[in-house]
Design a protein around this ligand. Structure first.
Ligand code: MLT
Length: 216
């Protein structure tokens, strides 16, 4: 499918009442098909909304431009986050879904973090695999208890541990309910990532006022 903001995307309708919809955001060089299986493993029956990043880096789709590895074009990050937020809003109306939980890997996790900071209402929460701080001077967001799971790799050559820790602190300071775990892994996902994400999704399933909240 292509939406009017020109995102190519896949949409899989939900098949289980109460399963939260997901916004799936792939890594550099991925596409709208990449994370469908991961989404189904983490939460069987969830609606899956999966856009393809609109920036091309040597032919590889991404969600925003970068100047070098780990050095982001922050003006572009801001613009692209808002563009993605507008896509989510229109896709929600078109497909009749609630605000989704973003499930992002690498570049997709970074744009998800930017979207949380730029337009908090677009998302009900986020699972961020191998994420970094997307903006050096983010707007003051009010995340009001939104649940966020950050899974980092101890031996990740792309995401320095201090950067992931800063992201966790940034989102917590903005009021998100953050769980940050550091796994014995590199940049790639492991079975432990999948298992932890599945358990976490199960633990945030209580709904209050139309959004997800962390349950004890
Ligand atoms: C990014 O550019 O978003 C990060 O460096 C992750 C990556 O895509 O390699």
């Amino acid at each position: 499918m292509t939406d009017e903001s020109a995102f190519v995307y896949r949409f899989e309708p939900g098949s289980k009442a109460g399963a939260p919809p997901f916004l799936l955001l792939h890594g550099t060089g991925g596409d709208e098909n990449d994370l469908l299986q991961l989404g189904a493993m983490i939460s069987p029956g969830s609606a899956l909304l999966s856009p393809r990043g609109r920036v091309l880096e040597h032919g590889m789709p991404r969600f925003f431009r970068r100047l070098a590895e780990g050095v982001f074009d922050e003006e572009d990050v801001r613009e692209r986050a808002l563009e993605l937020g507008a896509f989510v809003d229109s896709a929600r109306q078109r497909h009749g879904i609630e605000a989704p939980i973003a499930v992002g890997f690498s570049n997709g996790a970074n744009i998800a973090a930017a979207l949380l900071l730029m337009q908090p209402d677009a998302l009900a929460g986020a699972v961020l695999f191998r994420a970094m701080v997307p903006l050096s001077a983010p707007p003051r967001a009010r995340l009001d208890g939104k649940p966020v799971l950050i899974l980092s790799g101890q031996a990740d050559p792309i995401v320095p541990a201090a950067n992931a820790a800063r992201l966790s602190a940034l989102l917590s300071d903005a009021g998100a309910s953050v769980v940050h775990k550091i796994l014995p892994a590199g940049h790639q996902l492991s079975q432990t990532d999948v298992a932890l994400a599945r358990d976490w999704i199960g633990s945030v399933s209580a709904r209050v006022g139309g959004r997800l909240v962390a349950s004890d």
